[in-house]
Design a protein around this ligand. Structure first.
Ligand SMILES: OC[C@@H]1[C@H](O)[C@H](O)[C@@H](O)CN1C(=S)Nc1ccc(F)cc1
Length: 400
């Protein structure tokens, strides 16, 4: 959607994968879906270096609502969990230089059974969110049929625009109609939404991450061209910092999301994050690759019998990123390759290893190189033509 927003993929924090629909604030006050949780995360984003790196959206997901709309028919937060109301929470978030996202559902109910936004409520709900100072809407698609979705997703786009408040519009529409053409029209999506969920919900496991990566790669010919500034495929949240990924697997998700030009929206507990997860999520060069202004989504280039996969993303200043992923889980892999095998043009290159910080020099397209990849891990390179301004980019990113 070309309204000036999201010229690069969104970055921030979203409650769902980690905190789900925990509404028991009596017995679980620290982790229940409440204004306190979002204030805590806003504080962490603002105070622990996240905002400076670009992580600036705090996004409420399902289960924020009261079970009933108010007497004016408006959505309202559950008063016992959001006593100050959403407008006050938005002010708190804005005062920290951050932006607030919220969740609604095109249908009779949200996926967890809270009030939905039926076609007759779309304009009212858009107005409500704008009046609260909301900056981002995730519009889910439970409890609606394809006809209602076909009408509702464009209608909400118009309604948000009509409020006059610039808001990011995230559409879950493709998830509910199979994610692929012909039922999904990606040109239309690019005109009405800033990003869209294409595929199944992420869960806290390496299997789930692999399933998503497989689907996006197997269907990249349909999906990759749909992406660009203001229009992003959304393979779902970053689960780095939770319980299901090893350090190698966490690096793999960060590297693959960076190359896929995916939203970098974390769902974890920023109040209790281990140092290895923080280092991965705050890796400046990985973030710079994800946020590259060209906004070209990467692709899987190769799947080797040895169970190595190679992903590639073209970047600004004739640079590019390569990710060597090992699907093995038993032992490290030595992968021998050369840049001409990856269709690089003739010339001399250097490669900056994103997670080790070392630089491979003296690479020309025929130079054989070997990378050692940990089980379910990655080696991620920022590749640039030697003696081009590109080499300044990663140095600036890694040194600043
Ligand atoms: O309720 C909201 C929750 C999150 O917002 C996800 O990101 C959305 O994709 C939808 N969603 C859930 S749990 N959806 C869902 C509902 C039932 C089901 F069997 C599988 C998934």
């Amino acid at each position: 959607l070309d309204n000036g927003l999201l010229r690069t993929p969104p970055m921030g924090w979203m409650a769902w994968e980690r905190f789900r629909c925990d509404v028991d604030c009596k017995d679980d006050p620290e982790n229940c879906i409440s204004e306190g949780l979002f204030r805590d995360m806003a504080d962490r984003l603002a105070e622990d270096g996240w905002k400076e790196l670009g992580y600036d959206y705090v996004i409420i997901d399902d289960c924020w609502m009261s079970r009933l709309r108010d007497k004016g028919g408006r959505l309202q937060p559950e008063p016992s969990r959001f006593p100050g109301g959403i407008a006050k929470l938005a002010r708190y978030v804005h005062n920290r230089g951050l932006k607030l996202g919220i969740y609604a559902d095109m249908g009779s109910h949200t996926c967890m059974g809270y009030p939905g936004t039926t076609l007759d409520k779309i304009e009212l709900d858009a107005q409500t969110f704008a009046s609260w100072g909301v900056d981002y809407l995730k519009f889910d698609g439970c409890y609606s049929n394809p006809v209602e979705q076909m009408l509702g997703y464009p209608l909400m786009s118009k309604a948000l625009n009509a409020t006059g408040r610039p808001m990011v519009y995230s559409c879950s529409w493709p998830v509910y109609i199979g994610g692929l053409p012909p039922s999904v029209n990606y040109s239309l999506l690019g005109e009405i939404c800033h990003l869209w969920r294409n595929y199944d919900d992420i869960q806290d496991s390496w299997d789930s991450v692999q399933g998503i990566v497989n689907w996006f790669s197997n269907n990249q010919d349909d999906l990759q061209p749909a992406a660009g500034p203001g229009r992003w495929n959304d393979p779902d949240m970053l689960i780095i910092g939770n319980f299901g990924l090893s350090v190698d697997q966490a690096r793999s998700q960060m590297a693959l999301w960076a190359v896929m030009a995916a939203p970098l929206i974390m769902s974890n507990d920023l109040r209790n994050l281990d140092n290895s997860a923080r280092a991965i999520l705050q890796n400046k060069v990985a973030i710079a690759i994800n946020q590259d202004p060209l906004g070209i989504q990467g692709r899987r280039l190769l799947q080797e019998k040895s169970r190595v996969e190679v992903y590639w993303r073209p970047l600004s200043h004739s640079a590019s990123s390569l990710v060597f992923l090992s699907r093995r889980t038993d032992m490290p892999l030595l992968y021998h390759c050369s840049l001409d095998k990856l269709n690089y043009e003739a010339g001399n290159y250097e490669a900056y290893d994103v997670f080790t910080g070392s630089t491979v020099t003296g690479l020309n397209v025929t130079t054989e190189f070997t990378v050692s990849i940990n089980p379910s891990g990655v080696v991620m390179w920022y590749v640039y033509p030697r003696s081009s301004q590109a080499d300044a980019v990663h140095r600036r990113a890694s040194e600043s």
